[in-house]
Each structure stands twice: as C-alpha cells, then as structure tokens.
Design a binder for this molecule. Structure first.
Ligand code: SF4
Length: 280
C-alpha cells in the first residue's frame, strides 16, 4: 500500500528538525508495508508535542488526556480485538503522570503497541525536566541542574513482563520503521522506546549520534538476562529488539466474551421486566 494513504495532508506544526517527523514517517511506512487499511488502525495519543500524531495519520484516532493513552488503547482493543491499536506517548506522558499504566499493560500483555517519543524534556510546555532527563541537565524547572537520576524505561518494561521490548532512534528512520512493524506484528504488548531529540529545548542529536549503535545478530532476544544487560548500558545506547517472547494475551483470557467482540454486537434493548416486577 502507498504510504500517502495515511497522510491527512495537514502540515505538521512541529519545529523544523524535530524528531517527531521521523517517527511519523516511520509509522506511516510501517503501516503501508504491512498493508493495513486505515479503517483497521487506531492511533491513540496523549498530551505533548507527540500528540499531534493523531492529526497527521489518516486512520481512526483518539487524542486523549495526559498520561492516559494506555487505558484508552486497552479499552479499544478489548472492545474490538480485530483492530490494530498503536498508542503514542511522550516521556512526560508515559513515564511521569501516566507511569502507573505502563507496568500493568506490560504484565497483562494486551496486544497493543506503545511508541514512546522520549526526548527527555517537556517540549510542549517549553522545557521542563521529565523522568528521563539526564542528571545535571539545566532545564526551566531545574536551573541549577537536574538533581535526580533518570528512569530507565527499558529495565522497567522488562521487569514488568513486557513480551516485546525495543528501542529505536529518530535519526535511524528505516531501522525505526522495522521496529514498529515488528511491534505491530508481535502478539502481545510491544514497548518501543524512541530516542528523539527536541531540537528547541534539549538538542541531543550529537549525543545520540555518538552513543547509539545497532544491536547485532549475536544477541538472542529470547534471553531475558542478556536483554537486561543491554538495557543497563549507559555509555553506549543500543537500538533494536532487546527482548521478544510469546505469551497468552489479555484478549486470550477473555476469549469466552469475544465472539462477537463487544463493539461488533448488535445493540439489544435490555430485558428489564424482572427488575420492573420487583418494584410493582
Ligand atoms: Fe519537537 Fe521540541 Fe519543538 Fe516540541 S518543542 S515540536 S518536541 S522540537
């Protein structure tokens, strides 16, 4: 399918050079190469600069409140498991206000894909610290330098039981597209962290260019301990699939209630006769 099918023709309002452009391109290409029809796809976005993704991808879209992409995506998937549900969140969205949802989506193994646009800063609100801002970095809210050690999202996802854990880089859009395709095809919760510079408030392009490298073929993605070791690297930043295993999904446990899926049932007026009888 031609990737232009997914283009809403709206002109992105992101700053020139923003990493969001590469994620948008990678997503559209991944959808096109998987030959998914726009009506079969749902994009859920939260609050932050990434949130505009739902305006720029011609598919079903839900731009929800801050930090709540995962509950929305979970509900949509359970209502109609035939849909391909892709949640997008920023690092503030996914790892600050919405952090409580990530471990539970991972351990439930709901069959959705979460793409986190991690630019290590609150961009939309003009540059405040987030849970992944490196220690010592001066932001508007940490003028003397960030005193906190950053969260390691990959370790968190692994420890929470995610069955697909990957990291991409917006400076490697083709590689990122392949990761998104693999995440969509994975049956279960797919967590994709994307290193994505915010050129306006925390430009990390040079830093990432120096530290990012692709995981080579010698890594066994079914080896949990090897994935943990990769995720703990700080001097260099591996990108690729860290971990991938098969496990029953949340929808599998609800199989008894999925035929037909709730969203595809014909609405029926409830039988209230017994209830009315009680009050006669
Ligand atoms: Fe991108 Fe940062 Fe501009 Fe937001 S503020 S659009 S994240 S460069």
């Amino acid at each position: 399918m031609d990737e232009r099918v997914y283009d809403t023709k709206k002109r992105p309002v992101w700053c020139p050079g923003c990493g969001n452009f590469a994620v948008l391109t990678a997503l559209r290409r991944a959808l096109a190469e998987l030959d998914l029809k726009p009506e079969e796809v749902v994009i859920v976005t939260g609050i932050g600069c990434h949130g505009r993704m739902s305006d720029y991808v011609r598919a079903n879209a839900f731009h929800t409140i801050h930090g709540r992409t995962l509950p929305l995506a979970t509900g949509i998937k359970l209502a109609n498991p035939n849909l391909t549900v892709i949640a997008h969140a920023g690092d503030g969205d996914a790892y600050a206000i919405g952090l409580g949802h990530l471990p539970h989506a991972a351990r439930r193994n709901i069959d959705i894909t979460l793409v986190v646009h991690d630019n290590m800063i609150f961009g939309l609100t003009t540059g405040q610290v987030t849970p992944t801002t490196p220690q010592g970095v001066k932001t508007k809210s940490t003028p003397f330098g960030n005193p906190e050690r950053p969260l390691n999202p990959l370790l968190l996802a692994l420890a929470s039981g995610a069955t697909f854990v990957a990291r991409g880089f917006s400076g490697e859009a083709d590689h990122l597209k392949e990761l998104i395709k693999q995440g969509i095809l994975h049956r279960g919760f797919a967590f994709i962290e994307v290193l994505q510079p915010c050129v306006t408030f925390f430009n990390t392009y040079q830093l990432f260019r120096e530290k990012v490298y692709k995981i080579d073929g010698s890594h066994d993605p079914t080896d949990f301990e090897a994935a943990l070791r990769l995720a703990q690297q700080e001097d260099r930043l591996p990108i690729g699939v860290f971990y991938r295993v098969e496990r029953p999904t949340l929808e599998d446990y609800f199989a008894y209630a999925m035929s037909p899926p709730p969203a595809l049932r014909k609405p029926q007026a409830p039988d209230l006769s017994k209830t009315i009888e009680r009050f006669r």
